[in-house]
Write a protein that binds this ligand. Sequence first.
Ligand code: APR
Ligand code: PHB
Length: 400
Amino acid sequence: MSDTAPSRVHTQVGIVGAGPAGLLLGHLLHLAGIDSVVVEKHSRDYVIERVRAGVLEQGTVDIMVKAGLGDRLLRDGMRHGGIYLAFLGQRHRIDFEDLIGASITVYGQNEVVKDLIAARCATGRPLHFEASDVRVNGFEGTEPRIQFRADHEDLEITCDFIAGCDGFHGICRPSMPATSWHAYEREYPFGWLGILANAAPSSDELVYSLHERGFALFSMRSPSVTRLYLQCAPDESLDAWADDRIWDELSARLGTADGWLPNQGEILQKNVTGMRSFVAEPMRCGRLFLAGDAAHILPPTGAKGLNLAVADVVVLSRALEAFYRHHRRDLLDAYSDVCLRRVWRAQRFSWWMTSMLHRAPGGDGFDYRRQIAELDYVTSSRAAMTSLAENYVGLPMTQR
Ligand code: APR
Ligand code: PHB
């Protein structure tokens, strides 16, 4: 920090974090004629290049299109009318279109972020990258402030509201007094080893597989790039995973009796992520509203993280619009409850998919056979398939 007084700027909504939550909120507010300033700790390249999930619910696609963000998404996004569940060497298709008349779109989160940054820049509204020493305060009273340092200058944003969109490791949630919120949490005793491979996807749709050796997932990013995951230990070292071992394990866990296998190619990227479920309640403290990963984390098995972030900011932008247009506070007051209902449904679904498809360390033959029986039921009962389809494709955006 320098000795000179910080430059002060006022805005209506101060947004911490330029991930999907913060950027989409900024855009929805812009469309409603509401000013915002976005403050991001990392560089533009880092934010764009971070490899994350890539499944968009139908409701998420509809929101993006309605917000004028659909050009590349509709051109390059891959619409999938279903997914496969694989076990005992067979793939079983869950046909979303037939069951509920809906689909998902595979479009990398980094592409979403690229589109959102381009849209933000086109509005000319402020977006500060590489902000250091970011702090939020005053939100329990009437003068919320975001303080940070960027471009060798101390800056202070005074605002009416702060949106804490700074992800799980951000500073907004921990800035809320410990007595004002509660964390509900579950850690899983496994992680995912993910790779991005220069290989054309050998299936048109995702394959979630339970194998005796553990879970594996086949996904994709484009017609020439495959994304694959293997269940591993939460702290698995990548040193033990030479490329050949990864391909052998993926082939063993994903290959089916009809000869289907993922295509192999140069591995472009490898990473290990742990898995947890986490919810902060309430998602608000005074004039600070948490959205996205700052408020909740899910295991990736249900592909819900990005979609929940979008659902949160849709609710928040509508509440802020009602406040500025009609002086209504009721939607802001309802924000946390409305979001948490959807959050817990997504938590339940992600937990269920995770438990059904992973082998728990120490689990025995009983557990494995019970999981196979569950998969057998889920892939043969229309009622069970419909339930999976409804949750995977996403519940309606506006549901209270
Ligand atoms: N100050 C400013 N920005 C910060 C700070 C901070 N102290 N801490 C973190 N950030 C930034 C991060 O660098 C990141 O760009 O906040 C952003 C948060 O973005 P995400 O982690 O992508 O979270 P969110 O926008 O909620 O997106 C939803 O759900 O499951 C996931 O993969 C999904 O990342 C997606 C997320
Ligand atoms: C991905 O493509 O990265 C992906 C797909 C489905 C999931 C999780 C991740 O459930």
